[in-house]
Design a protein around this ligand. Structure first.
Ligand code: FCB
Length: 439
């Protein structure tokens, strides 16, 4: 199963999760205040602030040609309007190191974490955030723009809203709740529009997109018509509502009403983050989603989710309505023992290959993640890395999946040989009738 020769074979990370010592971030406070798992701290994380280059060496040896990373706003602007040139210079070094290794940088401006001063003034629910975000973006573009191949303005707006305003397991704003969350969602659209035009003024040809988490939100098998209708509404709210506003350039229910200047036409590509499927509860009493899975489901570490490869094909197909090039900007599985990841990689990439074979415009795949990293409220309990990290010693160890991904990236294809070696159970399913060729 061959992929296009210009396909981006990448990995993805976020600043706060890998850099270490982001002491000016709201997440650092959240940890210090004991709001995440006991004895879990981001600390040095993967020590990227000191030595991202070591892991970029491994990414290059793995044959990847792209990487998605984010910038930590709280490092770049530790106090309002005070920009840290040394921090910006360090990002220049990291981006240059990627180019030197043949790795194309996709840069996210906002990935869940904020400067502490911003949340002291309020979170994204305050309208002033748009001016702040534009000012930050302008400085970043001025300092780093020549090294950035593609931009993502905002990562997973609905996850941000859900985890902060409703679940409150991410740093909670002073005024959480449903309405505050919707205001934040509307302001994120305004921030996106402002950042889009700020980037385009300086670099008109640079593609700018967003990374949107798309999940399969399904009714339980055999659910009745009302339950199916409800699952459809919830799926629309979570997956489509925010993007519909973006592509139409107007706020719509439930985010508000009215045009957002500069928003229409401000999307060059859509980044899709896909992990799993959920079953929607009906009636929605005591929660929106069922906690368990069907009896035959294969579930990843810590009950994170079921392995559902078809879902990636379904969300790509769903994303066709936006009529934009699509990048899978995140996809991965928490699996410390690497028992599921090789099969996960092969089966999800096979679904992407299937989408491409129908001429769906999937341009690249950024696996989450290159290396185990600090998984937000779940601390170090969830290991998403192709590379295993020993947090105490900072030692790295390539999981079998890293070797598999190298074979895939270097050959630009999936074949029966690698499937037989890394995920033999999938051989009869994906390559029926084919015995592996002798090594
Ligand atoms: C996504 C986030 C990313 C990471 C993965 C596992 O929702 O964007 O930072 O936490 O989940």
């Amino acid at each position: 199963m061959y992929f296009p020769s210009d396909f981006r074979w990448g990995t993805a990370t976020a600043a706060y999760q890998v850099e270490g010592n982001n002491v000016n971030s709201d997440w650092w406070d959240w940890e210090e205040n004991g709001r995440i798992l006991q004895n879990h701290r981001s600390g040095l994380a993967c020590n990227w602030w000191e030595n991202a280059e070591a892991d970029l060496d491994l990414a290059a040896a793995m044959g990847t040609n792209a990487h998605r990373l984010s910038l930590e706003w709280s490092r770049i602007e530790p106090e309002p309007a005070r920009f840290d040139t040394e921090a910006l210079d360090r990002y220049r070094e990291i981006l240059q190191a990627m180019h030197d290794r043949g790795i194309e940088p996709m840069v996210t401006l906002h990935h869940f974490s904020n400067p502490r001063w911003l949340v002291e003034k309020q979170d994204f629910n305050a309208a002033i955030v748009v001016d702040y975000f534009q000012r930050y973006t302008a400085r970043v573009v001025e300092h780093l723009g020549d090294l950035v191949a593609q931009w993502v303005t905002i990562n997973e707006p609905m996850v941000y809203i859900f985890m902060r305003y409703l679940e409150r397991v991410f740093p909670a704003p002073s005024r959480p709740g449903f309405w505050g969350g919707l205001q934040a969602g509307a302001n994120m659209l305004r921030c996106h529009a402002a950042a889009y035009h700020t980037i385009k003024e300086a670099y008109p040809a640079a593609p700018v997109g967003v990374a949107k988490n798309l999940a399969c939100l399904d009714p339980k098998p055999n659910a009745g018509p009302l339950a199916r209708w409800w699952a459809g509404r919830l799926s629309w709210l979570y997956n489509d509502a925010w993007l519909d506003c973006l592509v139409n350039g107007r706020l719509r229910w439930p985010f508000g009403r009215g045009k957002i200047p500069g928003l229409a036409g401000s999307l060059d590509f859509l980044g899709v983050n896909y992990y799993t499927r959920f079953y929607v509860k009906f009636p929605p009493l005591g929660g929106l989603l069922h906690e368990g899975w069907e009896a035959d489901a294969v579930v990843s570490d810590g009950n994170y989710g079921e392995i559902y490869p078809k879902g990636i094909y379904r969300v790509i197909k769903q994303a066709l309505r936006y009529n934009k090039p699509i990048y899978v900007t995140e996809n991965g599985v928490p699996d410390a023992a690497d028992r599921l990841r090789p099969g996960f990689l092969i089966s999800h990439l096979r679904e992407i290959w299937r989408a491409i074979s129908f001429c769906y415009p999937v341009m690249g795949y950024y696996h989450w993640s290159l290396i185990d990293n600090f998984e937000w409220d779940r601390g170090w309990t969830q290991r998403f890395g192709l590379i295993e990290l020993d947090v105490a010693t900072q030692a790295r160890h390539l999981r079998p999946s890293a070797h598999l991904y190298r074979e895939i990236c270097q050959s630009g294809c999936l074949n029966s040989d690698m499937t037989a070696r890394y995920a033999p159970d999938l051989l009869p399913v994906l390559f029926p009738g084919q015995a592996p060729s002798p090594a």
